[in-house]
Write a protein that binds this ligand. Structure first.
Ligand SMILES: Nc1ncnc2c1ncn2[C@@H]1O[C@H](COP(=O)(O)OP(=O)(O)OP(=O)(O)O)[C@@H](O)[C@H]1O
Ligand SMILES: [Mg+2]
Length: 520
């Protein structure tokens, strides 16, 4: 594979997303692609797969050749960063088979391979399971199984373990290693956290601001410090760290200081007496609102059960049981942990009032319920928006409007809250200043998730529910995200984060660990 002078500028943009990239890969080489969020990794993978032109409008110069030819799309197996974006079929089995069917793999060979891959990537759902009902991490593994099944020559993986727990991630790395070895595949894999992957690759390529800034040999699972290039190993580590690369053995990042006032709950302003004059709040609302600084309990949760699926006629709905007993407290961060598929996102959706529990307790306590019902699922959408900020696992789901700024401020505007100054400060903190006036539909994976966090906080909710908020972030972006989360807690927001990220869980005052029960 040969890339020469590749430059790609999206339609209407002034600066290229990829600038003069040169890369040569021998058959069977394995490359780890890393670099800051928004640096151009996913765009480069799309170019290598030959799908950049088909998917997006832009202008390309330079050349990409795979096996001496221009890739036309469909040649390489590409696992997209957003696994949901690549799903085409209704059931797990058919989705995994799709790539092989397109390559005219004989039917008799397809189904045994599907079965074996379901096991290899560690999926516990059956082939008949509906793709729409998969958890984020399950969906990522279905996508991976599909890519591994059809890969023949070039395998391109965009952050394939970002939504997995450590065990599932290790299993996925093994399945990638096996497929690459068995079929002598050439591998290019984008990732921020290098630790588990370094033993599998022989090169580390760093892309920042669209340029290839480093191309380093990897030997025996570590960077080869004797390689020609930067002067010393210390310089190398410093340079890589400055590009946001998470190197194993380097001290972990710490949250950046973020001013609490940009994250403060709007309801706190309401309890300030002056804010009441002229407001149309009811007497009950005044009575029950209390200052949150003292750590008031806002929401009580106990053993929540949520129907997994809308049942077919006559069928019994399968139910997700979340064994948990907790009060969500103003000013506190709590982490929800547990294996991929155990029900973390389902629990968050129930806490947000987005899903009706069929058992257990989700009770809004007076400081949160105020004039509304104590059952969050009975809240109107306005009542939800007033109280809750929510970052869905697929951040693209919270995007609306023509620019990132418009998307960010949509909820605040609908609620009549003036949040422009906070919005600008949050975007600046989260490294989104440069994309504020761009389309929110063309962001990188990490950027989209940071925008979703800013969007969830900016209108001043009391409760912040974050579904894997640090996925896909480089070191610096992680520090910014963690900084905003800490600032929100300091400002009196009750924060709940579902996560596989130990570093984030370490910031939590409390861990809620979900386990798969016999009846789950
Ligand atoms: N079609 C497009 N139109 C406009 N901008 C784009 C387009 N595609 C990508 N970009 C921008 O180009 C930059 C690189 O995006 P890309 O998705 O390649 O980054 P990345 O390195 O994969 O980041 P992450 O680590 O966050 O996934 C980002 O700032 C993104 O917003
Ligand atoms: Mg990306």
């Amino acid at each position: 594979m040969l890339v020469r002078g590749l430059t790609w500028t999206p339609l209407g943009a002034r600066t290229p997303v990829l600038a003069d990239v040169d890369l040569r890969l021998e058959p069977g080489e394995r490359v780890l692609l890393t670099g800051p969020s928004g640096g151009g990794k996913s765009t480069l993978l799309r170019a290598l797969a030959g799908v950049l032109d088909a998917a997006e409008s832009g202008e390309a110069t330079g050349e990409v050749r795979v096996g001496g030819e221009t890739p036309l799309g469909g040649g390489a197996a590409l696992l997209l960063q957003d696994p949901g974006a690549g799903q085409v079929a209704e059931t797990v089995g058919r989705d995994i088979a799709f790539g092989m069917e397109n390559r005219a793999v004989p039917r008799t060979a397809i189904w045994p391979r599907v079965r074996s891959l379901v096991g290899r990537v560690g999926l516990s759902v059956g082939q008949e399971h509906r793709v729409a009902a998969l958890s984020g991490g399950e969906s990522q593994r279905v996508g991976l199984a599909g890519s591994l099944a059809s890969a023949d020559g070039l395998l391109l993986l965009d952050e394939p373990t970002s939504m997995l727990d450590p065990d599932a991630a290790a299993r996925v790395r093994d399945s990638v290693a096996d497929a690459v070895a068995d079929r002598a595949l050439t591998l290019v894999l984008a990732e921020h956290r290098l630790d588990g992957w370094l033993p599998l690759v022989d090169r580390l390529v760093v892309v920042a601001a669209g340029r290839m800034v480093a191309d380093l040999p990897v030997r025996g699972g570590g960077l080869d410090a004797h390689a020609p290039g930067p002067d010393s190993a210390a310089d190398l580590v410093r340079d890589l760290t400055s590009w946001g690369v998470w190197l194993p053995g380097v001290p972990e990042p710490t949250p950046w200081p973020v001013a609490a006032d940009v994250c403060a709950p709007h309801s706190r302003a309401l309890v300030d007496a002056s804010a009441w004059s002229g407001s149309r709040a009811s007497a009950r609302e005044r009575e029950t609102s209390s200052p949150f600084a003292g750590g008031a309990a806002l929401l009580r949760v106990k053993d929540v059960a949520v129907a997994r699926d809308r049942p077919r006629r006559g069928a019994v709905a399968s139910v997700v049981h979340c064994r948990v007993e907790a009060d969500l407290v103003a000013g506190q961060v709590q982490a929800v942990l547990g294996a991929s598929g155990v029900g973390k996102s389902t629990l968050l959706a129930a806490l947000a009032g987005l899903r009706r529990p069929v058992g257990g307790v989700v009770e809004a306590l007076p400081p949160l319920a105020r004039e509304a019902s104590t059952h969050p699922h009975r809240w109107t959408s306005r009542q939800v928006a007033t109280r809750v900020g929510y970052v869905p696992q697929r951040p693209q789901a919270s995007v609306i409007g023509g620019t990132c700024r418009a998307s960010l401020l949509a909820t605040a505007r609908a609620l009549g809250r003036d949040a422009e100054r906070r919005g600008d400060a949050l975007m600046e903190q989260l490294g989104l200043g440069a994309v504020a006036d761009r389309s929110p539909y063309r962001l990188s994976g990490g950027e989209a998730r940071r925008l979703a966090l800013a969007t969830a906080v900016v209108h001043g909710p009391d409760l912040l529910l974050l579904d894997e908020p640090t996925v896909g972030q480089d070191r610096d972006a992680w520090a910014a995200v963690a900084g905003v989360i800490e600032a929100a807690a300091r400002a009196g927001v009750a924060v709940v984060a579902a996560t596989h990220d130990d570093l984030l869980a370490d910031l939590a005052a409390r861990r809620i660990v979900l386990t798969r029960g016999a009846d789950a």
